[in-house]
Each structure stands twice: as structure tokens, then as C-alpha cells.
Design a protein around this ligand. Structure first.
Ligand SMILES: [Zn+2]
Length: 413
């Protein structure tokens, strides 16, 4: 009897300890609620075309894979973010470029329609002031961003068209080289920026577009920092000083970005955070499963749940090491110690492959606030990390723009 009771007590204590480690303390929660909290890379727009998907509904990460929606923005104390128009790399031909352009325009319109349909809840943001005004009105702000310059790689004038659609941040390249720049995960082709890539930097400066260099090669980072009149951002990246992966930013380049006033937003993408050995059978099974993944745009809720269940079966059969919340904090704390908390932010890379143990969706954001408070950082500095720093760098990019290129919100929503 006594030993059974003791066992229960020990189990209860262990549970309490686990709870304390994963939930934010009440004062941390209060501090978190008082901050403007944003994520600079939501891949959530990929869900917008799905027939049954609605950002107003609550979804469950474990079963349907989705990581961002309004109910969980409220739970996570998340005020807004940059909603990405992500274009997958494809053929660098006239046809490929046109298809990429059209895809990106449609995606941008879907985001605008999402905002317009829920205008009492969401508000389009072009400037940092817009974001702050939305928060004061009790709304969530939505910036539009582009991941991959493929849609405008051969026609830089399209940047202006995307700017008019509401896009405020653009990255030149994704996981494969394109006509603008080398990718961090491809073989050098231009040894940095191409001539068109240099024109992209100049045009971004002219239009007040914030340049995002996540996924770009180290040489692209060095050249762009030297060339750009405005500071730059890495919207979702890790630290190579913690884990040696080409997708992560080396310490030297991180310092260059910070010295120019820029910001590095730390992501939570498993394979970039810790060593995850490639298992050929697993890769083959995932490749087969993901072959139709771009059709996520049309998936029903049930099809999506089936996909997630099948992915979990692959994970169970060929498990790979999982990064934890502690690994995320290692990247964050290394970055803060290297360049200062004024140059660091957070992006989960949610709905785009991000998510690790203990940091599965946006409801886990308050845990970072709690961990940083516990590590001795001041609430005002943590507020910068959650939003102030990214808004500062956006302001800096827009202040140098040619007059008239950063208008007020072009339409009501
Ligand atoms: Zn990405």
C-alpha cells in the first residue's frame, strides 16, 4: 500500500515537473501578452486554397499537421506575421517563369481575400505603423512576403507589381539556384548574386522592400550586405555555430548582418538544428509520399489527415533524431550572445516543415518568453526579439525608399 502510494506520488511529481517545464509561468505569460509578437515566416498561405480549410477554425497539429490558425494565434499570444507567397523552384525557362509569376499572383490574391473576408479579425499591414495600429484595434496583422524570387527572376519590374499587391519582404532564392542568386543548398553557379540579383537588390532598396536572405548562400549574404543601402533580414534561419549545416548562418556573416542593423530570425526546422542522418529507405518512402505534396492546395481535410498519418508511419518505421525545445534555445542563445538580442527574432517555419519536440505550433511561443526571462533577459529586450526588431528593420528598409513607393495601404483590405 505504502509503496503503491509512493509510486503514485513520484509519478505525480514527475508529471508536475514536466508541466512546469513545458508551460509558461503566469508572470511570463503576462509579459508575453504585453508584447507585439510576430513570426516572420508563416507558410500558412499554402493552406488557403484547400476547400475545407479556414483560418478561423482550430486545427490539431498532431493529426492534421497544420500549425497556424486564429484560435491558436490567440492561445500563443501571436499578433501577426509575414504570410509567405512561397514558390517552389522549377524550370528556368520562359514557361517556368510565367507559371511561377502566375502562381505567386494567385497566392497573393488568396492572402488578400483571406484578410478581406475576415476584416474584423485580420488587417493588412504594409508598414510597422500598420502592424502597431492593428494591435491597438485588437486585430491580427498580416504582412505579405515572398519566399523565392523565381516569379520575377527574369523581369525585375514585376517586383513593383508584387509590391502593389502588398508584398513588403522578398527573398531572392530558395533551395535551388535561380537566375538571381546561389542557394545555400546548391552548387555555386554565380558565386553569389548574378547581375540580375544585383538589380534585385537595387530595386528592393528603391521600392523599400525588405531583403530576406534565408536560403541564400554565404556569398550572397556577404555581397548583399555590402551592396544594399538598407539592413537585411533572415526570416527563418539557424546558427552554424551551433550546428554545421549550409542552411544555417555562419557566425562571421551573422555579425555582418547585425553590424548593418539587420535581424536574424531563428527557426525550428529539425534537419537544420541537429544531425539527422539520412536513411535511404526513409528518404525513398518520404519522396514517394510527398510526390503529390504540392497538391496540398486542393487537399480535403481527410486527405490531409491521411497524409499526416502515413508520414507518422514512416517516422515510426525509420525514426530520425528529433530536435527539442532545448536545441531551439541553444540556437537562440548562441545568436543573442554573438550579435545581441536587438538583432534576433523567431520564426517556427510553421506550415513549411518547421516544428520540433516541445515547439510544435504557435501555441508554444510563450515558452520562449518564459525561457528567456528565466535566463535573465529583460521583458523589454524580449519584446524586441518577438516583434520590435523585425519591425525596426522593416522601417529601415522603407525609410530609404524612393518617395511614393511605400504608399499607405492600397485598398481597404
Ligand atoms: Zn524556407
Amino acid at each position: 500500500m505504502t509503496s503503491a502510494l509512493l509510486k503514485i506520488t513520484v509519478a505525480g511529481l514527475a508529471l508536475m515537473a514536466a508541466g512546469a517545464a513545458t508551460a509558461a509561468a503566469p508572470d511570463a505569460r503576462k509579459a508575453h501578452e504585453g508584447m507585439i509578437v510576430l513570426d516572420t515566416h508563416f507558410d500558412t498561405p499554402a493552406n488557403l486554397g484547400r476547400p475545407e480549410w479556414n483560418i478561423m477554425d482550430r486545427h490539431v497539429e498532431a493529426t492534421d499537421g497544420d500549425q497556424v490558425d486564429l484560435p491558436r494565434m490567440i492561445d500563443g499570444g501571436v499578433d501577426g506575421g509575414f504570410f509567405a507567397i512561397f514558390t517552389a523552384s522549377g524550370p528556368r525557362t520562359s514557361e517556368g517563369d510565367r507559371a511561377a509569376r502566375d502562381f505567386a499572383i494567385r497566392r497573393g490574391v488568396q492572402i488578400r481575400e483571406m484578410i478581406a473576408k475576415h476584416a474584423d479579425t485580420f488587417s493588412l499591414a504594409i508598414t510597422a505603423d500598420d502592424a502597431e495600429a492593428a494591435v491597438k484595434q485588437g486585430k491580427r496583422f498580416v504582412f505579405l512576403s515572398m519566399e523565392n524570387g523565381y516569379p520575377f527572376e527574369r523581369d525585375i519590374s514585376l517586383m513593383s507589381a508584387f509590391r502593389s499587391l502588398g508584398v513588403t519582404m522578398m527573398s531572392p532564392v530558395h533551395t535551388k539556384n535561380n537566375d538571381l542568386a546561389d542557394s545555400s543548398t546548391d552548387k555555386p553557379e554565380w558565386n553569389g548574386l548574378s547581375p540580375a540579383g544585383k538589380a534585385y537588390v537595387a530595386e528592393a532598396n528603391r521600392l523599400g522592400i525588405l531583403i530576406d536572405l534565408s536560403h541564400a548562400s554565404d556569398a550572397v549574404v556577404r555581397q548583399t550586405v555590402a551592396l544594399s543601402k538598407a539592413p537585411i533580414i533572415l526570416s527563418h534561419s539557424g546558427m552554424r555555430g551551433v550546428f554545421d549545416h549550409p542552411r544555417n548562418i555562419p557566425d562571421a556573416e551573422a555579425k555582418l548582418i547585425a553590424e548593418k542593423g539587420g535581424v536574424i530570425q531563428i527557426n525550428a526546422f529539425n534537419a537544420y538544428m541537429i544531425a539527422t542522418p539520412k536513411i535511404p529507405e526513409r528518404e525513398a518512402a518520404l519522396k514517394e509520399l510527398m510526390a503529390g505534396f504540392m497538391s496540398r492546395a486542393n487537399m480535403s481535410a481527410q486527405e490531409r489527415r491521411d497524409l499526416i498519418a502515413r508520414r507518422k508511419e514512416i517516422d515510426a518505421r525509420w525514426p530520425v533524431p528529433q530536435a527539442t525545445f532545448d536545441d531551439l534555445m541553444k540556437h537562440i542563445l548562441h545568436a543573442i550572445k554573438l550579435v545581441g538580442i536587438d538583432h534576433i527574432g523567431i520564426s517556427g517555419d510553421f506550415d513549411g516543415g518547421g516544428g520540433i519536440e516541445g515547439f510544435r505550433d504557435i501555441t508554444d511561443f510563450p515558452k520562449v518568453t518564459a525561457a528567456l526571462l528565466k535566463a535573465g533577459y529583460k521583458a523589454e529586450d524580449i519584446a524586441g526579439l518577438w516583434g520590435g526588431n523585425a519591425l525596426r528593420v522593416l522601417r529601415a528598409a522603407q525609410v530609404g525608399a524612393e518617395p511614393g513607393t511605400v504608399p499607405a495601404i492600397p485598398f481597404t483590405n
